[in-house]
Design a protein around this ligand. Structure first.
Ligand code: DX5
Ligand code: ZN
Length: 240
């Protein structure tokens, strides 16, 4: 019996965070190899940035590409849909093998309905907020959400600089989640590097996305270790 349980008090479980590398900065000509290299490097999640050319200026990939790679990888497929009216495509992403579907609050008129659609399908459910979008837009939906994605750059491109006010937004979301007592995870996406991961985690983030600062620096196992060391928190399963 541990000292803490003898005294009738269990020590709180140590915080763990997840690194979800964004394939936007991977080699699109070798996606299957890139996924295999992530697994070899001890990575558990992979972040798919789906862009439609309307919600954001770029076009990347969609359900057929994700589906083709589903059989090649055991990674948790974290799908970030930067797509107008994402409710049109939820079934396609389910069929493609997404483990988590994240829609933008700004991209759909009936956010609650879209969230219910994802939840009822039995996959993890998340909402992303652009930098200028207020946390009030998800306040009433928190109990329905497995994760909220705070965009720390304006979506559309990799390699942009982290917007400093995101830290305050993460802290406020942390407080909102703690007050409501939900288990919602906080994901942060955009401009995160080994040099600035610590304050992001300290503010309350639990799932860290990194694209250019991750994929440009193989081998991925070593890069993961550097992110972990400098975050000052262990990487591991978060319970999702
Ligand atoms: C931006 C995407 C991000 C992007 C992050 O629209 O949502 O996931 O790939 O890339 P970095 O880490 O390079 O900012
Ligand atoms: Zn993303």
């Amino acid at each position: 019996m541990s000292k803490s349980s003898k005294q009738g008090k269990e020590a709180p479980a140590a915080k763990k965070i997840i690194l979800s590398p964004s394939l936007l900065s991977a080699d699109f000509g070798r996606l299957a190899d890139e996924l295999a290299a992530l697994e070899e490097g001890g990575i558990e999640w992979v972040h798919w940035d789906v862009m439609d050319g309307v919600f954001v200026p770029n076009i990347t990939f969609g359900p057929p590409v994700i589906k083709a790679l589903r059989n090649r990888s055991k990674l948790f497929f974290d799908c970030h849909l930067m797509v107008i009216k994402p409710e049109r495509y939820i079934n396609d992403f389910l069929d493609a093998g997404a483990n988590l579907i994240c829609v933008h609050a700004e991209a759909t008129s009936h956010l609650e309905r879209t969230v219910s659609q994802i939840r009822e399908a039995g996959v993890k459910t998340a909402i992303a907020l652009n930098p200028a979008t207020s946390l009030s837009s998800i306040e009433y939906l928190l109990p329905e959400l497995d994760m909220v994605l705070i965009m720390s750059v304006n979506p559309g491109f990799g390699g942009q600089v982290f917007i400093p006010f995101s830290l305050e937004k993460i802290r406020r979301l942390r407080k909102m989640i703690d007050e409501q007592g939900t288990k919602t995870l906080i994901q942060v996406d955009g401009g995160i590097t080994p040099e600035n991961i610590a304050p992001v985690v300290d503010a309350g983030a639990e799932v860290i996305v990194s694209g250019s600062s991750f994929f440009k620096f193989p081998p991925y196992g070593k890069r993961r270790e550097l992110f972990e060391t400098l975050s000052q928190v262990s990487f591991g399963p978060t319970g999702l």
